[in-house]
Write a protein that binds this ligand. Structure first.
Ligand SMILES: [Cu+2]
Length: 451
């Protein structure tokens, strides 16, 4: 086959493009291997200079990172990656590296510092003013290790007392009542219409909501509560949900986990128009079940739902194993985002409500994950018998002590209050349950078994 001049130009051009791509790949490979070497170097230096030391880079005129967390050995590896001499010193102490020439490195032992934050800087005149400042964080709050390097007994006792405070506040609820204003999941009685339809009115508006004692946020709520009111109907009931939008933006309600006609699915742009501020929209369907559903916004849902537009919707009840009599059904709505944050039923510990049961009583807990993260819900002392997933009864219920609940999922578990005592009940992603200073918050409550 003969190539025309046009063909040849195309072939030449294609060859050039290939060559260029090959060269680019070559550069990327070189750059990557260079980086890998630098890292290997750093790891070796860190090992030589002391275990898990954290690397600090000095350049003109920054110290990077700006927050320095010493390794578990109390050391920082300081590297001068600039073009002139630098050093690193901790203000108000004798702790400093020698003057480092470009390319030199040294270990800085800050292990003698007490817990807390300290200013670090380069002592070369003018360099601190030009920006070579950083903070050294020792002990609690350190990203490297929450185990303080050095703590006096008094400081340890003070930390223990600090950690006891929210627990005392939680326990005081048993005698003094809730320590925050407002509670969600309050059962919403229906208005029975002449044809037997159960009508529920939901008003969406922005309200003040006390998440934990003194922490008031601007929540997006149904009927002035987070979670919204608990809706319970029976299979076969005709249901009417009247939504009044008093929010500053459009909204809708999606009945998650309930089987509704498509037109009632509540997805603006797909099954309906957005419900504009000031407008009312009516949803109608026949409840099918049993079902463990949720109702929540499906418009700007990324913020409207975690900000509070969420609630539990139960149809009928899950089948129970033979011989088990459940005395109470407890909705447990999990959230982790928006203004409400890490919460159980719209409250963060110590404002969460304890579950109190008499010995040998069976309670049913329905988890609803309305958040953006997974939550392994761990109950101490009392096994959880998982009987339904997303409202579908399991052919073979199973026992567990930690149940992973993903966003959108619902699990129904039965718990028998066999062992008296106060049993911790919390999400086992520990940063969802404890602050960096050790105080419990967020997704923590207690299951209390009384004699
Ligand atoms: Cu969690």
């Amino acid at each position: 086959m003969e190539l025309t001049a046009e063909d040849r130009r195309t072939v030449t051009f294609a060859a050039w493009v290939f060559a260029l791509i090959a060269v680019l790949f070559g550069f990327v490979a070189l750059w990557l291997s260079g980086r890998a070497l630098t890292r290997a170097d750093d790891a070796r230096a860190a090992a030589e200079l002391g275990g898990s030391a954290t690397r600090v880079s000095l350049t003109e005129f920054t110290i990077s990172p700006a927050m320095l967390h010493p390794g578990t050995d109390g050391k920082l590896v300081v590297v001068n990656e600039g073009k002139v001499e630098h050093d690193l010193a901790v203000k108000g102490t004798e702790i400093r590296t020698p003057k480092l020439a470009p390319g030199e490195r040294a270990a800085l032992d800050v292990g003698s510092l007490d817990d807390g934050t300290f200013e670090a800087y380069c002592t070369v005149p003018g360099h601190e003013g030009a920006g070579m400042r950083a903070t050294v964080m020792v002990g609690s709050g350190s990203g490297t290790s929450s185990v303080p390097r050095k703590l006096s007994q008094a400081a340890n006792d003070a930390a223990d007392r600090r950690m006891q405070e929210p627990i005392d506040e939680f326990v005081a609820q048993l005698t003094k009542g809730p320590n925050t204003k407002g509670a969600g999941n309050r059962p919403l009685p229906p208005k029975i219409l002449p044809d037997g339809t159960k009508e529920f009115e939901l008003t969406a508006e922005v309200i003040d909501w006390e998440v934990s004692p003194g922490q008031v946020v601007r929540a997006w709520a149904y009927n002035r509560q987070v979670p919204g009111p608990l809706i319970q109907v029976d299979p076969g009931d005709r249901v009417r949900v009247v939504l009044h939008n008093k929010l500053p933006e459009s909204t809708s309600i999606h009945f998650h986990g309930l089987l509704t006609p498509n037109s009632q699915d509540g997805v603006p742009g797909i099954t309906q128009d957005p419900v504009k501020p000031g407008r009312t929209f009516v949803y109608e369907f026949v409840a099918r079940g049993p079902a463990v559903g949720m109702y929540h916004s499906h418009h700007h849902a990324d913020h409207q739902v975690p900000d509070g537009l969420l609630g539990a919707f139960l149809v009928g009840r899950q089948p129970r194993p033979p011989g088990v009599t459940v005395t109470r059904e407890i909705p447990m709505v999990l959230n982790d985002a928006g203004v409400i944050g890490l919460t159980l039923n719209g409250k963060s510990f110590p404002a969460t409500a304890p579950i109190i049961a008499r010995r040998d009583e069976w309670v049913e807990i329905h988890y609803f994950n309305e958040g953006l993260q997974i939550h392994p819900m761990h109950l101490h002392g009392l096994p959880q018998l998982v009987v339904a997933k997303d409202g579908f009864a399991l052919p073979q219920p199973y026992l567990t002590d930690t149940l992973n609940v993903a966003p959108g999922e619902r699990y129904s578990v039965l718990v028998q209050a066999t062992e008296p005592g106060v049993w911790a009940f919390h999400c086992h992603i520990l940063t969802h349950a404890e602050r960096p200073d050790g105080r419990m918050f967020g997704m923590v409550t207690a299951f209390i078994v009384e004699e």
